[in-house]
Write a protein that binds this ligand. Structure first.
Ligand SMILES: [Zn+2]
Ligand SMILES: [Zn+2]
Length: 431
């Protein structure tokens, strides 16, 4: 147990972590360009928040949450998703009293007690955005475009954007009635869960993962058939904006949200995988959620996507992630006297903004060179006491196998020059 990590978690080691740093850089830049500010909420919250904000009857809350009593006897849950906590923070910090809309993004670990499988972990990482305070369809289009732009910047291909409108509390009662009529005639084909849902919330039958329920719900009435005029106009406006932005989409009537606080736009992004379409992200409007969490009646919209899944898809598509060189230069000491001066020189180069390292294991010059080669360093400074006496060092270009003497005071400039020439095209992540 001592040297085994818990099931469904992972160590991200050097060599792998650079991919995450790359994703994070793309995220920071994307969000800045779209006018979103980062929010960081706690990794755990009061359990009630997720029961309310994610929905007590959802699979996440019923089966997948990491919930425990803390030493004070309070029920605490490791966050299974980001939206509820962002809404909680929005309310607690009265962000609704400031400039609207509030455009936020987050990235960080989430926790679900799920059966671990490829691209699915018990601790996983999500990137998401939430916008609170506007019902403008242009914002729906922006949020969707932003998600697609993120995948596009990573070079992902074969994506499908599915979009639907799930209506609002005004048009939903009509749909609910139609669904009840439809499923009452097919009640014997439903799973026991869905039979219970039939009277309480027939919309959730459309969410059921059981094959028999999916089959039974194939030709069920859909929200699009019963949108009220406002919802219809909102939906058409979102689609029109997407068209103007050149974002391709498919209207998918079976994209549903089983909980009441989800309204209007629902979307999902799938990618053509091996033999199947896999979801790699999604989102939508939740105009009823802030109120559900005890706040004012404020509309919201967002998306969330799992970054492990994104990395896995990039790998499947053979996308190469650019990797900056680990070190600009390695400093090798040729003798004891030079070794004595190495650290000061290394430190001076670091102050110049260069990435530099040296040997700390008393290696011979030959094995220092071998070590630098294994680190993949393109440039090595060889420090000898005779040369230092004359105010020069030897600069060795590892890939060319050539070396020359340069004045010590020109060292930083020479290293930087070499970096500019060689940084492009070097060091890529393959598969
Ligand atoms: Zn409506
Ligand atoms: Zn069912």
């Amino acid at each position: 147990m001592l040297t085994t990590r818990p099931r469904g978690t992972s160590d991200i080691l050097p060599g792998e972590v650079e991919k995450w740093q790359y994703l994070e850089q793309v995220i920071y830049r994307l969000c800045r360009e779209y006018g979103y500010s980062e929010i960081r909420t706690p990794i755990f919250e009061h359990t009630e928040l997720f029961e309310r904000g994610v929905g007590e009857t959802t699979d996440i809350v019923q089966k997948e949450m990491y919930t425990f009593l803390d030493r004070g006897g309070r029920s605490i849950t490791l966050r299974p998703e980001g939206t509820a906590a962002v809404v909680r923070a929005y309310l607690e910090n009265k962000l609704y009293a400031g400039l609207q809309p509030v455009k936020l993004y987050y990235t960080g670990p989430m926790f679900r007690y799920d059966r671990p499988q490829a691209g699915r972990y018990r601790q996983f990482t999500q990137f998401g955005v939430e916008v609170l305070g506007s019902h403008d369809p242009a914002l729906d289009a922006e949020v969707i475009t932003m998600a697609m732009d993120f995948y596009g910047r990573l070079g992902l291909k074969n994506l499908n954007l599915l979009i639907n409108s799930v209506g609002c509390p005004r048009c939903r009662p009509v749909l609910r009635e139609k669904l009840q009529d439809f499923f009452r005639a097919r009640v014997d084909r439903l799973c026991s869960h869905c039979r219970g849902r039939l009277e309480r919330n027939p919309l959730r039958i459309l969410d059921c993962k059981e094959e028999r329920c999916r089959e039974a719900g194939k030709d069920a009435p859909t929200s699009l058939d019963y949108l009220c005029p406002d919802c219809e106009a909102h939906f058409q406006a979102v689609l029109k904006q997407l068209e103007k932005l050149g974002v391709a989409f498919t209207v998918n009537r079976s994209l549903v949200r089983g909980l009441d606080y989800y309204t209007n736009t629902a979307f999902e992004i799938t990618v053509q995988g091996i033999g199947a379409q896999n979801s790699i992200g999604g989102g939508g409007r939740y105009n009823g959620l802030v109120k559900e969490c005890g706040g004012p009646d404020i509309p919201g919209i967002g998306f969330a996507l799992g970054l492990e899944r994104v990395l896995l898809t990039m790998e499947q598509q053979g996308i190469v992630i650019p990797r900056p060189p680990k070190l600009d230069v390695f400093l090798a000491a040729a003798d004891e006297a030079a070794r004595d001066r190495a650290l000061v020189l290394v430190q001076r180069l670091r102050q110049e903004g260069l990435a530099v390292d040296m040997d700390y294991l008393g290696r011979s010059l030959k094995s220092q060179m071998k070590y630098a080669g294994k680190l993949g360093v393109g440039l090595v400074v060889i420090l000898g006491s005779d040369e230092l006496e004359r105010g020069v060092v030897t600069l060795r270009n590892m890939s060319a196998g050539s070396q020359r003497e340069i004045p010590l005071d020109r060292l930083a400039g020479e290293v930087r020059q070499h970096g500019l020439k060689h940084v492009s095209g070097e060091g890529k992540y393959g598969n």
